[in-house]
Design a protein around this ligand. Structure first.
Ligand code: SF4
Length: 513
């Protein structure tokens, strides 16, 4: 029998290592014929540490299980008796059952560093298929799938790949952007720690498709466990012949290096990431040229987010049409949404585009953790717009959200109840930009500081109408004049707060003068 206790950072933060040690001790004390497996997280964070055990009927779950609960839980598993922490069959838990897990189908299921487990659950099928195709055919398959960049911009991945593929032969690179700095996001981290071979497989396929022989995986420094797991996974794939000079015996070459990030939000911007990988300070490069033409070390480079590359193996295995059958309009496939903030059931929910925010926040998330009424959610990270309760029924897809002045981004959803102060949130948006700006362009570097000061004046009740107009004017300058999305999108949370919650900007003084 296998007993599973996650080694994902979220589970570790609530004592999964202690629970695992207690499980090991209980197995020994009872002389059980059982093995402890440290899996990834299923993404139901309120149930962590989640303990699962294999039974003839399927895996059964218990949670949250502290070290002190372990002995009685093991007793219930062995004797088949009831237990207050029992959750029944894992796959039947509604939070999981009602998802459409494509990218995350193995996360929490397999032993993340067992290549045999990976293959037994469908791993490497996409790469095997790709090795039988030429680069142009792989690029076409990705293009036909409609896969769009999951980092936030939503640019079609296939077009990027084709651009690099069509350039003359020579050194080309694949760079995976794993600098997951958006507030309330953790999907990349769950892939790193829960299904690392999937990402490597996606990067190898990208390399073969465009003729790149080297790849860099850039992981933020705040994810030490992810870096460790990915480095071990790379070594395992190299030893097994799926990375290196003769990928899978095909004669094709692809080497992969893991790079630790520099601890700056702006290094999640693609050109800053390139600077950082090259060993320089993370500042934004002017475009053109685009990285596909002149990227890492001045060579043609595909830059994709973790979730983009992690979607590729399935597309190659099942075909473009299979992937296209999920989603709506030009937003094809699924997105692993991440529920965070003031929410009863935080975690990861992978659904096809088109799911509504209400389904995510209420049906999956169970509403606010505080039990107070929902007031807003910030969707798409710290540069994303706030949405009102009236927007809860909008389908989540790139176009619908853009038409409503918002963005889906990397799928992070941070929920707030009716006690949130939207004036303070608007001030925070500018402050975040002030702290994280790389300083290269004036609208962002200076605009963020002036914006914060002006919102403070509004919150002190000084000349409110005039200062609101000034903020709106400043936002226009930042949006149109900034070099990158940091300054260009900071107006989004500010303006959405002003538009949807004007009452929070028209009130008695809040800050000390
Ligand atoms: Fe740097 Fe901000 Fe300009 Fe981007 S918008 S280049 S982060 S100063």
């Amino acid at each position: 029998m296998r007993i599973y206790v996650p080694a994902d950072s979220a589970a570790l933060s609530v004592g999964a290592d202690e629970t695992a040690a207690a499980v090991d001790a209980a197995i020994a004390a009872r002389g059980l014929d059982a093995t402890l497996v440290r899996n990834g997280s299923r993404g139901m964070f309120w149930l962590e540490p989640l303990v699962e055990a294999e039974t003839p009927a399927g895996r059964i779950a218990f949670g949250p299980v502290t070290a002190g609960d372990v002995d009685s839980v093991i007793g219930a598993i062995v004797d088949g008796t009831a237990h207050p922490l029992a959750l029944g069959l894992t796959e039947e838990i509604p939070y999981l059952k009602n998802q459409e897990r494509l990218t995350f189908e193995r996360v929490g299921v397999t032993d993340p560093l067992s290549l045999a487990d990976y293959e037994a659950h469908g791993g490497l099928a996409g790469l095997r298929a790709a090795l039988g195709m030429d680069g142009a055919a792989i690029c076409k398959e990705v293009l036909d799938s409609g896969l769009r960049g999951r980092g936030g911009a939503g640019f079609p991945a296939g077009i990027k790949w084709k651009t690099v593929h069509d350039l003359p032969e020579g050194q080309k690179y694949i760079c995976c952007n794993g600098d997951e700095g958006d507030s309330g996001t953790f999907a990349d981290r769950m892939i790193f720690e829960g299904d690392p071979f999937l990402l490597i497989e996606g990067m190898v396929i990208a390399g073969i498709a465009v003729g790149a022989t080297e790849g860099y995986l850039y992981i933020r420094s705040e994810y030490p466990r992810s870096i460790e797991v990915m480095k071990r996974a790379v070594a395992i794939m190299e030893a097994a012949g799926w990375l290196g000079a003769n990928v899978g015996g095909s004669g094709r070459t692809f080497w992969l290096k893991v790079r630790r990030g520099a601890g700056a939000y702006i290094c999640g911007e693609e050109s800053s990431m390139l600077e950082s990988i090259e060993g320089k300070r993370g500042t934004v490069r002017s475009k053109p040229p685009i990285p596909a033409i002149s990227g890492l070390f001045g060579r043609p480079t595909v830059i994709n987010n973790v979730l983009t590359l992690a979607a590729v193996p399935l597309i190659m295995d099942k075909g473009a049409q299979f992937y296209r059958d999920y989603g709506m309009g030009r937003s094809t496939g699924t997105l692993p949404f991440q529920l965070a903030g003031n929410i009863a059931r935080g975690g990861l929910v992978e659904k096809a585009f088109g799911v509504t925010l209400r389904e995510l926040v209420e049906d999956f998330g169970g509403g606010t953790a505080s039990g107070r009424p929902f007031r807003t959610a910030q969707v798409g990270g710290p540069l994303g717009a706030y949405v009102s309760a009236g927007m809860l029924d909008l389908p989540m897809d790139y176009e619908t959200f853009a038409e409503n002045g918002a963005m889906v981004g990397h799928g992070g959803i941070v929920v707030f109840d009716d006690t949130v102060d939207m004036g303070a949130m608007a001030r925070f948006a500018f402050e975040f930009c002030e702290i994280e700006s790389c300083g290269k362009c004036t609208p962002c570097r200076v605009g963020a500081v002036r914006g914060k000061e002006t919102v403070e004046k509004i919150l002190r009740g000084e000349d409110v109408a005039k200062n609101v107009a000034l903020v709106e004017d400043l936002c226009e300058v930042m949006r149109d004049g900034s070099l990158c999305a940091m300054g260009g999108l900071t107006p989004m949370p500010v303006l959405s707060a002003l538009k949807l919650f004007p009452e929070d900007f028209d009130r008695a003084p809040k800050l000390a003068a």
